[in-house]
Design a protein around this ligand. Structure first.
Ligand code: ADP
Length: 205
């Protein structure tokens, strides 16, 4: 009961649009879920939505399965088609917590043009930063539990390389726009959640 009251008291339930970016293994999914709940935002996870399409064997799923198995980015037009309607709809409600998008400056620029028009631009970008050996350790530990087909050593190496080449430039892109908050994601889950909430509290106040 006290835990509940404590959480309620600390809930910052203002409408807000947040992007969560970080390398594979940095905890985007875990933190995305927790934050969305704490902040009353809609959690939209690019990778989860893609995996659901693959599992349901939809035309879109068949289009992306090979890219995902190889650890490469799926084509921009596919990810835009899948995510944008959901993102814009969430922004009309109480806001979104979007994890795994954008993953390149091209995606960011394209999404920005559409989001600006719709009043759905991000208010803050959280970058989950952690050292490479910790990321690999976490992914391979998760592989034993979740059995994701792209959590094998070879594909993990490729995903980290794609992150460095395509996604890491977003850190400067958003820093230059005054939206970036870097969080040390090598800490424990609870501490990372609190650090992110503290960063976002400054944005909304
Ligand atoms: P992780 O960050 O651990 O690699 P995700 O679940 O976020 O896991 O993504 C899994 C895969 O889904 C990626 O390797 C990529 O193939 C695809 N994917 C996810 N988000 C995007 C995106 N924004 N653009 C292109 N491909 C994406």
């Amino acid at each position: 009961m006290w835990g509940f009251a404590f959480r309620r008291a600390r809930c910052q339930c203002d409408a807000m649009n947040v992007l969560l970016i970080g390398p594979p293994g940095s905890g985007k999914g875990t933190q995305g879920e927790r934050l969305a709940q704490r902040l009353g935002l809609e959690h939209i996870a690019a990778g989860d939505l893609l995996r659901a399409e693959v599992e349901a064997d939809t035309p879109l799923g068949r289009q992306v399965a090979d890219y995902m198995r190889r650890g490469e980015l799926v084509p921009d037009d596919v990810i835009m088609k899948l995510l944008l309607p959901k993102v814009l709809a969430a922004a009309q409600r109480n806001g979104y917590l979007l994890d795994g998008f954008p993953r390149s400056v091209d995606q960011a620029v394209e999404a920005k043009a559409l989001a600006d028009q719709a009043g759905a631009a991000p208010d803050a970008v959280i970058y989950l930063d952690a050292p490479r050996d910790e990321l690999v350790r976490r992914i391979l530990a998760r592989a034993a539990i979740e059995g994701r087909p792209d959590d094998n050593p070879e594909t993990v190496h490729k995903r980290l390389q794609v992150f460095d080449e395509a996604t890491r430039p977003l850190v400067d892109y958003y820093r230059e726009r005054g939206l970036l908050h870097v969080v040390d994601a090598s800490k424990g889950e609870d501490e990372v959640t609190e650090d992110i909430l503290a960063a976002l509290a400054k944005v909304s106040s």
